[in-house]
Design a protein around this ligand. Structure first.
Ligand SMILES: Cc1cc2nc3c(=O)[nH]c(=O)nc-3n(C[C@H](O)[C@H](O)[C@H](O)COP(=O)(O)OP(=O)(O)OC[C@H]3O[C@@H](n4cnc5c(N)ncnc54)[C@H](O)[C@@H]3O)c2cc1C
Length: 407
């Protein structure tokens, strides 16, 4: 027997994007179901969970959900820099706690959460438009009918794929990471590690969570690199090159593994009765493959736009287009610029990385953070390329600016 439900909005995926859609849609008066395939929200962690304090504060994420970072170390095989800031700007999230907090916010304003509920099919009307989804929960068959479906299922984009609207991402990042006990942790400092030994076409990282806890991982870009990040991570823990040796004994507590799209903002994200958000929409900064803040920010926008559409009695692609316009205006040009920097970084040899670190040494803390965050539109880049007091920085931004203009 199939159990049947009727909602205004059905959100597929209880990650940061899905919970944020559910929160904003329910808060604005819609009847919302949030469906998550795992037994609990964030049961599997697939992210390093680094984001920016400016954003956590904007979203209202409680400070006890993260460790604050104020020193940024960057290391290549024969060079390194630590940029010291006067105040912390980076948050290393307790991912499970934060993502569960986001889901609780949705529940508090009235969204219904269905965990252990795997969406495995879509329901279409006679015109081929989506009007719901089918799911399985503990051997029970469930049917959810609704006015708008939100695909927040992450990398897999299960709804859009079932409708034949998208294909599997071809360019993507793969990351393997341990949450681990470490003997000696500088709790204020992150490390980004670049060069062949750490990760060809990618980077490795050490993100401190507390005085004895770190996330240490390896990310590689596909298809550029054939390296298996899990194997490379194990090798790094054995050989302990560079700053890894300073951590002393490292004992893994939990293993994380994940995929993130890296094709820029190429996907169409609104269709009749359907919105794609978060990784499903490819909303990620390609430079350091971060997408949590976009998932939350544009999840909230998607929820509000969906409610407006339902209230107006029109849930067509046209009525949902304000969502696409808002996120494009916010990040399209920044992500394009970040893709240029990423293209440059992917091709660097160890020697070139050593030189690149010399350029990074010239950046002030706010310039470094803006750079890593991809918080540079064309006008900001032109300013840095023309007026930065350091020649090397002007040259770097000129290079990126010129490729941006050409493309
Ligand atoms: C190795 C790695 C490191 C990263 N590090 C960072 C970082 O430091 N900072 C940062 O900002 N970003 C980082 N990211 C990216 C970030 O994790 C994502 O951009 C973000 O999680 C996207 O959120 P989302 O809600 O769209 O997708 P997800 O977080 O993937 O959530 C999707 C949810 O949908 C559920 N789901 C999937 N299929 C179904 C189904 N059929 N039925 C029901 N539910 C389903 C999943 O279980 C999951 O809970 C990293 C990614 C990787 C791979």
């Amino acid at each position: 027997m199939e159990k049947k439900f009727v909602y205004d909005i059905v959100v597929v995926g209880g990650g940061p994007a899905g919970s944020s859609v559910a929160y904003s849609a329910a808060k604005n008066g819609a009847k919302v179901a949030l469906l998550e395939k795992e037994e609990s929200i964030a049961q599997s962690v697939r992210t390093s969970g680094v984001t920016w304090i400016e954003d956590t504060e904007k979203f209202g994420i409680p400070p006890d959900c993260y460790n604050k970072i104020k020193n940024y170390s960057f290391c290549s095989p024969n060079n390194q820099v630590t940029i010291h800031d006067s105040e912390p700007r980076v948050a290393v999230l307790d991912v499970r706690k934060t993502f569960q907090w986001l889901a609780q916010q949705a529940a508090k304003v009235g969204a219904d959460l269905f965990v252990n509920t795997i969406v495995n099919d879509i329901i279409k009307d006679s015109n081929g438009k989506i009007i719901g989804v089918k799911a399985t929960s503990a051997k029970e068959e469930l049917e959810f009918k609704c006015k708008i479906v939100i695909d927040a299922s992450g990398f897999q984009s299960v709804v859009a794929k079932s409708l034949g609207l998208v294909k599997q991402w071809k360019r993507f990042g793969v990351g393997a990471e341990y949450e681990a006990f470490a003997e000696n942790v500088d709790v204020d400092t992150w490390w980004l590690l670049v060069g062949q030994v750490y990760s060809p076409s990618g980077y490795a990282w050490i993100f401190p969570l507390s005085h004895n806890k770190i996330r240490i991982g390896v990310g590689v870009g596909k298809p550029e690199s054939s390296v298996d990040p899990t194997e490379r991570l194990k090798e790094l823990l054995e050989k302990k090159p560079g700053p890894i040796k300073n951590l002393g004994k490292i004992t893994p507590i939990e293993f994380h593994y994940g995929l993130i799209p890296n094709e820029g903002l190429t996907r169409k994200t609104v269709y009749d009765n359907l919105i794609l958000v978060g990784d499903s929409a490819g909303q990620a900064n390609p430079l350091v493959l971060e997408g949590i803040r976009y998932a939350i920010q544009f999840g909230r926008v998607a929820g509000k736009v969906a409610v407006n559409a339902i209230e107006s009695g029109d849930t067509s692609e046209k009525a949902l287009t304000p969502y696409a316009e808002i996120w494009k205006k916010e990040i399209l040009s920044k992500i394009k610029s970040a893709s240029k920097v990423q293209k440059r970084w992917i091709g660097l040899s160890d020697e070139e990385w050593d030189k690149e670190i010399d350029i990074i040494k010239e950046l002030k803390p706010n310039e470094f953070i803006d750079f890593i965050k991809a918080d540079f539109g064309l006008s900001y880049m032109i300013k840095l390329a023309t007026h930065h007091p350091k020649l090397a920085v002007r040259q770097l931004f000129n290079l990126v600016k010129n490729t941006s203009i050409k493309n």
